[in-house]
Design a protein around this ligand. Structure first.
Ligand code: ADP
Ligand code: MG
Length: 260
């Protein structure tokens, strides 16, 4: 299994949003997609999902263009956690998670629905929220409920757009551990992250997007360097090796206050 963008270009509202993007993700691999605001990360994820057809180039899954695949087939092969979730008015959390099972309706796998939904609620730590109305949840609770939905979809490709943005530390670590375990079990994972230390800790590869182009793509230790990040983020950034983990920190002009 392989998901690949070949020379992907996207123009929106007259602006070139993505240009000549090549990115391949294999089964069993977790790729972090990073880059400044507006770099084109969400647009690239939409193209990888087949939700947006590129103006140039092509996205293929197992060598077949996504555009040629029926919506139902696509839904069985890739699950997408969007950055901005629609609010799902009137739906309880358990209904939202059940929606993840809809691609498997009228297949043998439908028999697993209840078990998979229950397990997905547990994995995302939202079992106790199952009967709450989705719009009444906090941002982080909504994000975890939506993550439970994509887990319930049981697809070989997971596309996650800033899934940790509104999560506390414990749930950030838990979510990325689940995503990495899914990769270890053979899933191809692409995850958009702003926290570069998290990207360093969990991703097999980091793809840095800047101005709609791939600026770097490789293992965290090769890609996450002070000079490259300083350039891409237009802010001085330092990368520290803390007991074998890379920690990425902005350099601040003023020294911190020291108590007298
Ligand atoms: P990221 O997720 O990296 O922050 P996006 O992929 O959401 O960036 O957006 C990339 C750029 O494309 C941004 O500058 C955004 O304003 C612009 N953009 C996104 N959608 C449209 C659109 N429909 N029309 C015009 N510009 C858009
Ligand atoms: Mg985005």
């Amino acid at each position: 299994m392989m998901l690949a963008a070949h020379g992907v270009g996207v123009t929106l509202g007259g602006a070139r949003i993505l240009d000549g993007v090549d990115l391949a993700v294999e089964a069993g691999e977790m790729v972090a997609l990073v880059g400044p605001n507006g770099a084109g990360k969400s647009t690239l994820l939409a193209a990888l999902a087949g939700d947006l057809v590129p103006d140039d180039g092509v996205v293929t899954l197992d060598g077949r263009p996504l555009a040629a695949q029926a919506a139902r087939d696509l839904a069985r092969r890739r699950a997408v956690l969007l950055q901005h979730q629609s609010l799902a008015f009137g739906f309880h959390v358990i209904d939202v998670v059940r929606m993840g099972r809809s691609p498997w309706r009228r297949t043998d796998r439908e028999d697993d629905d209840d078990l998979v939904v229950e397990r997905s609620l547990e994995r995302a730590d939202v079992t106790e929220l199952a009967h709450r109305l989705f719009p009444t949840l906090s941002g982080g609770e909504q994000a975890r409920s939506s993550f439970a939905r994509v887990l319930a979809q049981e697809t070989p490709v997971l596309l996650l757009d800033e899934p940790t943005a509104s999560l506390d530390i414990r749930h950030q670590e838990a979510l990325l551990t689940i995503a990495r375990d899914a990769a270890r079990a053979g899933v191809a994972v692409v995850v958009v992250l702003h926290d570069l230390s998290l990207a360093a800790a969990y991703a097999d590869r980091v793809c840095v997007l800047a101005h709609g182009r791939v600026r770097a793509d490789g293992p965290p230790t090769e890609v996450l360097t002070g000079p490259l990040l300083t350039e891409v983020y237009d802010h001085p950034v330092q990368v520290i090796d803390h007991e074998g983990s890379l920690v990425v920190v902005p350099v601040r002009k003023e020294a911190p206050c020291v108590p007298a």
